[in-house]
Design a protein around this ligand. Sequence first.
Ligand SMILES: *Cc1c(COP(=O)(O)O)cnc(C)c1O
Length: 404
Amino acid sequence: MFKVNDNFLKLPGSYLFSTIAKKVNAYSKAHPDKTLIRLGIGDVTQPLAPAIIDALHKSVDEMAHAESFHGYAPDLGYEFLRTAIVKNDYTSRGCEISADEIFVSDGAKCDSGNIQELFALDNKIAVCDPVYPVYVDSNVMAGRTGVYDLSTERWSQVIYMPCTKENNFVPEFPKEQPDLIYLCIPNNPTGTTITKAQLQEWVNYANKIGAVIIYDAAYEAYISEEDVPHSIYECEGARTCAIELRSFSKNAGFTGVRLGFTVVPKDLKSGEVSLHDMWARRHGTKYNGAPYIVQRAGEAVYSEAGKAQLKEQVAYYMKNAAAIKSGLTEAGYEVFGGVNAPYIWLKTPEHMTSWDFFDYLLENANVVGTPGSGFGPCGEGYFRLTAFGSHENTKAALKRLKAL
Ligand SMILES: *Cc1c(COP(=O)(O)O)cnc(C)c1O
């Protein structure tokens, strides 16, 4: 009789977004006359930019001819894409990263879930609380758990770094020493960031204690302030302690197209063992690459036309973020984020719990958001709204919120 990987059975019963979907469906069924506005889930709504559509059409046509047909992609991804990435995301920012340190993939969710395979099961991981759930759950599935404390909702093998308004949502070095440190900057869900000087301290800390930082920069394109780092490799010494995850989902609307990449520098080693070589082996064994046509679309993200069009798209969403932030502030809410990220993180009014506020908004404003407690115990008493809607919907939602 087969046995299952019972680490999966240790996962908390319900997934945040399926709980939300259930509640929303039940409400819609009971109130078919109401129009809901969804400012909850982190998915884009604007169509793909023309430069990307052109690149897709062109590469699809290439596939129709034997001389320009493409089969399996090279293990690391096509060189045309990796060189465009290096030039635009790294060299231009003074980061020393080469094209053969880039691993093209179908997105940062997979990579952020898979990267833990490189590390021993007894490693301790440190995460921000609240946190993007993939970091913790993928480690739990692998068995990096210890025991779960129901009262604190915490795993003993996971070190939680509280991020609340008391510390400006900036994690502090934990008392207990971690082996892996997950940082997501700009942050999902809080929408907050740290400065380059603060990130440099994390890099120094990781190098000192021999930890690896897994740096999720999926929202890099939304950074508007000068002293916020776009890449961890802007910091000195990051090549010996950091892996960086990037995605085309939020900067270019590829959530349904699928493209991302992970940077594993060749200087990142445990003794003589190269994490770069390990990830190359893993990538070659378990992954067969992002589609040629999608990698061509990714290349178009870095074309002059692509860059100009995507700048406008990001500005479109950030206009929503600014409107939500100022509108809610006017309405008396305490609001965070929304300056370098498409997420607004607000304090629930009158000490309501995150789920009570979710129900309150759903029933009284017909607006759907995300309860902060779904991202971790320190998210209790907070609520996330996203700027990914249309201007019209965002405006309408704000009007409803202000009328409460
Ligand atoms: C959206 C998001 C990603 C991107 O995931 P993809 O798989 O590339 O779509 C990665 N990390 C965080 C924190 C995100 O919110």
